[in-house]
Write a protein that binds this ligand. Sequence first.
Ligand SMILES: NC(=O)c1ccc[n+]([C@@H]2O[C@H](COP(=O)([O-])OP(=O)(O)OC[C@H]3O[C@@H](n4cnc5c(N)ncnc54)[C@H](OP(=O)(O)O)[C@@H]3O)[C@@H](O)[C@H]2O)c1
Length: 239
Amino acid sequence: MSGATRTSTPNRRVLVIGASRGLGEAIVETYVARGAQVVGTAQDDGPSPLHDFARRNGGAVEIEKIDITVRDQISALRERLDGRAFDLLFVVAGISLAAQDAVGADIDTGDFERMMDTNVLGVMRTVETLQDLVDASGTIAVMSSGQGSVSGNIDGGFEAYRATKSALNQMFRSYAARHAGEQRALLLMAPGWVKTGLGGPNAVLEISDSIPPLVDTIDAQHGAPGLQYLDRHGESVAW
Ligand SMILES: NC(=O)c1ccc[n+]([C@@H]2O[C@H](COP(=O)([O-])OP(=O)(O)OC[C@H]3O[C@@H](n4cnc5c(N)ncnc54)[C@H](OP(=O)(O)O)[C@@H]3O)[C@@H](O)[C@H]2O)c1
């Protein structure tokens, strides 16, 4: 990916969970271009765009392996990273399995459970387990979606996926409530509808339209305590 708009970042040490391809991989590339040291995760040993990028940018990127739906793998990653510190933890991993037009009772139970397990429980377990690696005044970001907005749901569609992102927002709010008064920035991010494996070919944005401004927004929130639900340009998204 190209199009990084700045050459430096307050987030010098970055941990991106779910970085093998798509938006997560582009976030890794953008932070490396801004001079950061980045750990990115994949579910397997590749090949993947992340593995290709790491090969070309040896010293700046480390790859760790994790499936966020497996508790022991999250704990094992925490142990492997013991003693490390990060300015930014960004949990990007997510899936969309159910057919776009599947509604209500037609949604496949297995698809629904797998999406909730990944997009909600897996993400929050990862945040809870890795949080203490983040500096006291650092940032914990989670990739939500504009589709997680309950009040913004005017047209329906993607009903199951939407529900997982709303549930993620709710659980991250609970996390923020438990950590009220702490210095960390807590960010739920909405990247826009982007052409990736998940976003599909009809999405309106290229990765290069979404990620550089999204990273600008995360960097701009560095040192700003508390919870925000933001789009890539830094505008608040209605809950
Ligand atoms: N694209 C969009 O339009 C859009 C819009 C709003 C929000 N989002 C959100 O942005 C995030 C990234 O999406 P994307 O568009 O980049 O999708 P993508 O290209 O399909 O990439 C998904 C990433 O998540 C990882 N992942 C999936 N399940 C995982 C698990 N159990 N454990 C660890 N990693 C896992 C994948 O790793 P593997 O390669 O190993 O499977 C991959 O790196 C998701 O949370 C998505 O909901 C995307």
